[in-house]
Design a binder for this molecule. Structure first.
Ligand SMILES: Cc1cc2nc3c(=O)[nH]c(=O)nc-3n(C[C@H](O)[C@H](O)[C@H](O)COP(=O)(O)O)c2cc1C
Length: 404
């Protein structure tokens, strides 16, 4: 009991508002706690990381147009997504391999999201059983589908997700192959995940440099299996096979037809970057899309997600809900995305840094920072409800509205 209290007190001190002021502080903490291979997997992007950088930088091209001398007594941050209320307009994006960042992984992130009154999207690439993840959260939970184990495994996962109470299915369409994440190659991430001891040896010093993480990883049983991709006759798929499996399991628009037969709830298509694909998603019966470039981890040199948003919002013209993700590091970014027509945003790294830094408490701190940022930004803008945000509160490059 005493040990638990001491650990909790130490963690609270580490995450106190004077030490962890913004998401960048959580990023630094994460970098110190986990091995370089895990940090770089989380932090890095594809090839030259042009899109990774641009996702964040492009928010600087948007400037605010505040309304001053406006009294905002209560600032209403609530909105609805797919008919469900969330306490503020940010949902936790699917982040694969979360259990390598912290043993509590997806369960901790889902619990923190629920406690903050918002939603959590569970990746197919997850180490905790989807039933346990759903049970951990009071908030809405969606299941993100990759076809990595083939159609049979996907159908079984959808059935389990439906039974467990996941309320929407997210289909990610921008991963016909895994992006070329150069940092992972240099760090030997694949070698560290495989069972071959000799292949691991050159990369072991970085893992030994973070002994506390190593102990928690070993106590958790080492590299977890994909608990939600059950291969017929074999059980959970090994995490190591994901790259090859992705290549064999491209999602095409046609697949949405059979997926529809297995999933009667709402479908969100994640990874839309052009007006044409937005139209296809509407035609395929999606209830929502996320304008996304996978956090700059797939095709490099595509535009920042925020820059692709206005054209897509105009094309969709209210037929379905438009979400966006990529580059959100501050609440002001969330406000900007809403001004440009997003209903809510998905945050990836912003909370995953918190998870890698301190488990559930770190995710909770990330959400607290973002929420306080949104509240303050709204008051400084002179706007009392996130549902009232619109283009009149910002100035942004006019080229973003026209097809590039
Ligand atoms: C470490 C990591 C793992 C990810 N894994 C998945 C995944 O399994 N499925 C998915 O659809 N997107 C995945 N993404 C993409 C996120 O869902 C989201 O699109 C992206 O993180 C948004 O950019 P941001 O990190 O700048 O917020 C991952 C992102 C990161 C950083």
């Amino acid at each position: 009991m005493l040990i638990v209290s001491v650990v909790l007190l130490t963690q609270m001190k580490k995450l106190s508002p004077s030490r962890v002021v913004n998401i960048a502080d959580l990023r630094s903490m994460a970098e110190r706690r986990v091995p370089k291979s895990v940090f770089d997997y989380l932090d890095g992007g594809a090839e030259g990381e042009v899109t990774l950088r641009e996702n964040c930088r492009a928010f600087e091209d948007i400037t605010f147009r505040p309304r001053h001398a406006v009294k905002v007594n209560e600032c209403d941050l609530r909105t609805t997504v797919l008919g469900t209320e969330i306490s503020f307009p940010a949902i936790l994006a699917p982040v694969g391999y979360s259990r390598l960042m912290h043993p509590d992984g997806e369960v901790a992130a889902a619990r923190a999201a629920g406690e903050a009154g918002t939603g959590y999207i569970l990746s197919t690439i997850s180490g905790h059983r989807l039933e346990n993840v759903k049970a951990a959260t009071k908030g809405p939970a969606w299941y993100q589908l990759y076809l990595v184990g083939g159609r049979e495994a996907a159908e079984a996962a959808m059935e389990r997700a439906r039974k467990a109470g996941f309320s929407a299915l997210v289909i990610t369409v921008d991963t016909p192959v895994a992006g070329m994440r150069e940092r992972d190659f240099r760090n030997g991430t694949a070698e560290l995940l495989t069972g071959n001891v000799f292949a691991k040896i050159p990369f072991l010093p970085q893992v030994l440099a973070t002994p506390r993480w190593l102990v928690s990883f070993l106590l958790d049983g080492g590299v977890p299996k994909l608990e939600n991709v059950i291969l017929p006759g074999q059980g959970g798929m090994p995490m190591t096979d994901v790259g090859t499996a992705l290549r064999k399991s491209v999602v095409a628009w046609d697949d949405i037809r059979w997926i529809r037969e297995s999933w009667s709830g709402p479908i969100v298509v994640k990874g839309i970057l052009t007006a044409d694909d937005a139209r296809r998603a509407v035609d395929a019966g999606a209830a929502a899309i996320s304008v996304s470039n996978h956090g700059g981890r797939q095709l490099d040199c595509v535009p920042a997600a925020i820059a692709a948003l206005p054209e897509i919002v105009a094309t969709v013209n209210g037929q379905i809900e438009v979400l966006m993700d990529g580059g959100i590091r501050r609440g002001a970014d969330i406000v900007k995305a809403l001004c440009l027509g997003a209903r809510a945003v998905l945050c990836g790294r912003a909370y995953a840094y918190g998870l890698a830094a301190a488990g559930q408490a770190g995710v909770a701190r990330a959400l607290e920072i973002l929420r306080e940022d949104v509240d303050r930004t709204m008051r400084l803008l002179g706007c009392s409800s996130v549902r009232e945000l619109n283009e009149s509160y910002v100035r942004f490059p006019s080229a973003w509205k026209t097809p590039g």
